[in-house]
Design a protein around this ligand. Structure first.
Ligand code: HEM
Length: 398
């Protein structure tokens, strides 16, 4: 990373690829490869913003959060960034560190340990129920199950919040695309609904033992202001559900398409943590978030200007052939724990251990009960930020 006074020698690679077109969102990976081959940082002419598509350039940028800032917004449009003003995800240190300390309290290892027994018995019941059917949609019947039954309850929103959380979260992430695109505009409209709820919900309406309410307790103790506590409800609302749902269904999908890997995982269930990392590497549930460049600088030889916006394309970095040999292959023997599907640096995902716990708990039951399964049908809905399956019909053999 060099700053403005170094000599900037290279002219920037450019592209006309539109990362938000239906065509790219439906089958993004060949485009991501093209971007990586163009350079470590590529100027997207159509949108007037940078994309950072390589593993090394993303890590380098995110190591320098003082230059690649989140507080200017992680969406690529100003409306979404203004709507989310004040949330932890779009803050910088030192304020960010202070907010994160409070946010993380219910996600500490001892809290997750307490949770794991409950997750385990609920997962067992659900697996029993679906296996009795033989054929079922693994997205709605398995992937949704723990996030929707347990996590929504832990967050502790009122009924209106619980009922809408999944829909609102998907919309917030869709609303992060460029203005004028249908998905972005629909997403932004629903984001207003979510925001209204978050800003108007009363502390008394939240579960007093829930994660949302503990933000207000932190405000009582002077760790946050009441306004910070209120808007930070958005940090629980946005990323807690779809991300895990997509990570779960992508792992199941990849194992279904690679039955040798399913057999291997059944024989060596201790590889499950690696299999989860490998699945989110290959099918990153969040494809990228943006940063704002705080001063003229150079990233891996490409000159960038103060005020520019740069999209960190995690999903592309995770398939970077410069980092991962044969990157398109799903291989549970691979050690891909350094992937950036959970981000990197100071904003590294705050909920990753919870997500991994949910996925592990469910898979422990599936691995011990299912000998073989076939994918009967699958479907995806293109989305501006999220990647996952909307349907995964499977037939199981015990
Ligand atoms: C497979 C599941 C998940 C994936 C792939 C994922 C992905 C990510 C990514 C890529 C970031 C980085 C943001 C950035 O660079 O600006 C992030 C941050 C974050 N995630 Fe996750 N996430 C997952 C699950 C969760 C869960 C279950 C929660 C909630 C409990 C959560 C809460 C957050 C929060 C609050 C942040 C912001 C952290 C900060 O600003 O310091 N995530 N996540």
């Amino acid at each position: 990373m060099a700053t403005a006074d170094s000599t900037i020698t290279t002219s920037a690679p450019q592209t006309d690829i539109d990362l938000w077109s239906d065509e790219v969102l439906t089958d993004p990976y060949p485009y991501y490869r093209e971007l990586r081959d163009l350079g470590p940082v590529v100027w997207m002419r159509k949108h007037g913003l940078w994309v950072v598509p390589r593993f090394s350039s993303i890590r380098e940028a995110l190591l320098h959060a003082e230059i690649f800032s989140s507080s200017g917004g992680v969406a690529v449009n100003d409306l979404a960034n203004q709507a989310a003003e004040g949330v932890m995800l779009i803050s910088d240190d030192p304020k960010h560190k202070r907010l994160r300390r409070t946010f993380m309290k219910p996600l500490q290892p001892h809290a997750l340990k307490q949770l794991s027994e409950r997750l385990n018995s609920l997962a067992k019941q659900q697996v029993d129920a679906v296996l009795a059917k033989g054929e079922f949609d693994a997205v709605t019947e398995l992937a949704y199950f723990l996030p929707l039954t347990v996590v929504t309850e832990l967050v502790g929103f009122s009924e209106e919040g619980k009922k809408n959380m999944l829909r609102w979260a998907a919309a917030v992430f869709d609303g992060m695309g460029p203005i004028g695109y249908r998905r972005t505009m629909d997403g932004l409209a629903i984001t207003q609904e979510a925001l209204k709820y978050v800003l108007e919900v009363k502390r008394e309406d939240l579960d007093p033992d829930g994660w949302g309410a503990q933000l207000f307790t932190a405000a009582d103790n002077g760790d946050l202001s009441y306004a910070e506590a209120q808007i930070m409800l958005m940090d629980y609302l946005g990323p807690a559900l779809d991300t895990t749902i997509n990570g779960f269904s992508s792992l199941l999908y990849l194992l279904g398409r690679n039955p040798d890997q399913w057999d291997m995982l059944r024989e060596t269930p201790e590889r499950l943590p690696y299999a989860i990392d490998e699945a989110v590497r290959l099918e990153s549930p969040i494809r990228g978030f943006a940063r704002v460049v705080m001063r003229d600088c150079e990233l891996e030889g490409v000159a960038m200007r103060k005020g520019d916006r740069a999209l960190m394309l995690y999903a592309s970095a995770n398939r970077d052939e410069r980092r991962y040999p044969d990157p398109e292959r799903f291989d549970i023997q691979r050690d891909a724990r350094d992937h950036v599907a959970f981000g990197f640096g100071t904003h590294l995902c705050a909920g990753r251990n919870l997500a991994k716990l949910e996925i592990t708990t469910m898979f422990n039951h599936l691995l011990s009960r299912i000998r073989r399964f076939e994918i009967l049908e699958e479907d995806r809905i293109p989305h501006n930020t999220l990647r996952g399956l909307s349907k995964l019909m499977i037939r199981v053999h015990q």
